[in-house]
Design a protein around this ligand. Sequence first.
Ligand code: PMT
Length: 399
Amino acid sequence: MTGPLSGRHVVLGISGSIAAYKAAEVASRLVQAEATVDVAMTRSATEFIAPLTFRALTGREPYTDIFRDGAEGEAHVELARRADLMVIAPASATTIARLAHGLAEDFVSLTALAVAAPVLVAPAMDSQMWAHAATQANVALLRQRGVQFLGPAEGRLASGRIGAGRLLEPEAIVALVRARLGREHGDLAGRTVVVTAGGTREAIDPVRYVSNRSSGKQGYALAEAARDRGADVILITTASLPPPGGVRVIAVESAAEMLEEVRHAVVAADVLVMAAAVADYRPADAATIKIKRADMGGSLTIPLVENPDISKEVTGNFVKVVFAAETNDLIDNAMRKIVAKGAQLIVANDVSATDAGFAVDDNRVSILDAEGGQDDLPLMSKYDVSARILDRVVSLLRR
Ligand code: PMT
């Protein structure tokens, strides 16, 4: 599988801020996602972190001196021409001011003036400077021109103060870069994709519940992959994993709550992917106070009643993808479920495997369609499984 950003060219602009060292992780994550990364640095950025770091991380010579680098003198135009996106992280107050007033004094502001691709700016400065009218005026001006701001975050600043001005974490910056490139070029751009993830929790009493081994990883990977292809993603989840950036997250616990949220979310959706492990049963009567061991006389019987089948009950004008978690007769069970649930695709996985299914990072699935087609995939990352599922979804959407 190719990386989510393979074939994409990103210019990473770095200005002078104590947070400049975090740009190394931004560069590294972009390269890991297989983007081609060109780094442009202001002179003051080179005071905070050495250009050599970025040459090592990207395998390409960083641009730091407009009078030296790119001897042909048109390096910034060349940089700008081939960029699919420019992200400036960290962006100091000075660089934001240069951008707002079109001052082309260094490779960052020069390239930002020459680039036609989207420009994303991740500010980093003390909270006083961020709040200052001059900075806020520059930010407003740039927003009007379509510049997308990433953060800043609230938190502890170099000055020791707590406030807004902290650079967004590198993982969040890269997630938003991937989301924006997806919206510009992805085959799910303009589409709304609803994904469910995790195992539902069915209350026994305020302390105890019935659940299953689903971690949510497969659903989160689907949300990430759909985001990377430009979709507006709504992730309805019981899991407490760190949510993928650029995705709307709705937290639920029980099957009943999940049903409610799925019903709302699918109204404007193009796709519903039910990766969640929804409990088929719940305790008939959830106790309102903690059941006392002493009161039970040595054994506790908990009558269970059926939960609604969300993927069956929720219908509408969207592509419905369901999963089948089986321990035996994988394909037969899956074929029955795709019909029973009125789905266009079903993703069958053997959850008794130790190297696939619940909680691990990889999965081994067969994608079945309503026409009897079957695509048996080898063990691969849950992200790559998601990409293969979404390939099928895209072709269904095109029909
Ligand atoms: O979350 P991970 O740890 O990454 O593990 C991934 C996974 C194994 C949970 C995932 O790949 C998976 O198989 N998810 C579906 C689990 C499940 O509930 O399968 P099922 O065969 O019991 O249900 C079939 C389908 O109906 C599923 O899409 C399920 O979401 C849906 N369902 C089930 C019961 C119910 N009451 N309502 C439903 O909508």
